[in-house]
Ligand binder design. Structure first.
Ligand SMILES: [Fe+2]
Ligand SMILES: [Fe+2]
Length: 200
């Protein structure tokens, strides 16, 4: 079966390639950390991103959607560039920008879920819900690592992400059940296709 939904197809292809960029970025981030616990935590997040990529490939294959070579190359380069930069930009910024990227990626899975529903397809609800919630957990982890940094208020003002500025409406302390997941991210702009960003 082919998906008669161009925006959803684009979102799936972009997310698939973006997950690799995120995983590659976290390879560098983990390697730049000296604390073994922190390194293991970022490594776990890297593994989560590879897992997301595998999940997305299953969906792409199911609907005969070809992987975008353009996205693959662009996100591969972005991921490697971020990975290398983690060794030279200090301790704070890799955590901050990882958290900011995670914050933006949370909604994409809930938007996908809603697009599938518009086609009467509910078979991917669980995996999309799990991936969206996992991205929120990643965002929370990164924020926690830098919450006491004196740099955070300034970065939050300039880059619009921090304790009081998330770009999604998912609250892990008051999580919606799967049956209400379609109500998340109603005001999220999903068609950010012109400017690929690494996922996280
Ligand atoms: Fe992910
Ligand atoms: Fe993530």
């Amino acid at each position: 079966m082919k998906l008669p939904h161009p925006a959803l197809r684009t979102l799936l292809r972009k997310a698939y390639s973006g997950e690799r960029a995120a995983a590659l970025a976290y390879v560098g981030h983990a390697a730049s950390l000296r604390n073994p616990e922190a390194r293991a935590a970022v490594k776990q997040i890297e593994d989560d991103e590879w897992n997301h990529r595998r999940n997305l490939k299953v969906i792409l294959d199911q609907y005969e959607i070809a992987v975008s070579k353009n996205y693959e190359i662009r996100f591969f380069c972005i991921g490697h560039l971020i990975s290398l930069s983690c060794h030279v930009i200090g301790w704070f910024m890799p955590y901050f920008f990882a958290g900011k990227l995670e914050s933006g990626n949370v909604c994409e899975y809930f938007v996908m879920l809603r697009h599938f529903h518009s086609l009467g397809i509910h078979g991917h609800d669980e995996v999309l819900y799990e991936m969206g919630i996992k991205e929120k957990e990643h965002e929370g982890y990164f924020l926690k690592q830098i919450q006491h940094s004196r740099l955070l208020p300034w970065f939050e003002t300039v880059f619009h992400w921090g304790p009081g500025s998330t770009v999604n409406d998912v609250d892990l302390d008051h999580k919606y059940p799967l049956s209400e997941a379609h109500t998340y991210c109603r005001h999220f702009k999903a068609d950010r296709d012109s400017d690929p960003q690494p996922r996280a």
